[in-house]
Design a protein around this ligand. Structure first.
Ligand SMILES: [Zn+2]
Length: 213
């Protein structure tokens, strides 16, 4: 049996057409795919589109179409671009597809039943361009998003939301990374993970939004 190799790109965000940065990411991945194939690997390449969020809702409103119509239009352009760039054979997953929804519902329900997901109340800051919750500890006095290149005004939100109980797995995660030094590379990514995210008082992760379509 041939050795197998799995690789994925980020799932790109279809609020607009893609730009050179996305093409760059895909070309890098495609180079690895071709290299692995030349070594006799059976390669599975997965990419897709991340079809949710406030930026998409806002853009669709602006154009007077539904969010689904907007992403349908932009996803076609994504697929066309990968064809024009002659990207190797790949699977394209859309997060609005039925197969994706069913899988997410299945995993979500399992985690909910295990108590790894619970319903709570999110109060805090939200960055619309980043589609991300920002904890108070990461914000400077200016109340702007701390992500470099973003620096947008943050919004205060207060809503019911589901949380992933990451705190439960803190010691297990740290243990795993320490026992398997090559699990996560390059080393600076691991350093960033440990200094910014993996801390003793790691907060549970808010994983849902309820006030957008
Ligand atoms: Zn931001």
């Amino acid at each position: 049996m041939p050795k197998s190799f799995y690789i994925t790109t980020p799932i790109f965000y279809p609020n607009d057409r893609l730009h050179l940065g996305h093409a760059y990411a895909m070309v890098l991945v495609d180079i690895i795919v071709r290299y692995k194939k030349s070594q006799g690997y059976q390669v599975y390449l997965q990419t897709g589109s991340d079809e949710h969020g406030e930026k998409i809702e806002k853009k669709a409103n602006l154009l007077g179409i539904s969010p689904q119509e907007l992403v349908d239009k932009n996803v076609l352009l994504f697929k066309q671009l990968w064809q024009e760039l002659d990207v190797s054979e790949h699977t394209f997953y859309r997060t609005s597809s039925l197969v994706h929804k069913e899988k997410v519902q299945k995993i979500f329900t399992e985690l909910l039943n295990k108590g790894d997901i619970y319903l709570g109340e999110y109060q805090g800051n939200y960055c619309v361009p980043c589609e991300d919750y920002v904890s108070d500890s990461k914000i400077a006095d200016n109340n702007l998003c701390p992500t470099p290149n973003c620096q947008s005004e943050l919004r205060k939100i207060n809503e019911s939301a589901y949380f992933l109980r990451v705190s439960r797995y803190y010691s297990q995660l740290v243990d795993h990374y320490q026992k398997n030094p090559n699990f996560l590379l390059p080393a600076n990514a691991k350093k960033e993970l440990f200094s910014n995210f993996l801390k003793e008082n790691i907060p549970d992760l808010c994983i849902t939004r309820s006030d957008i379509k």
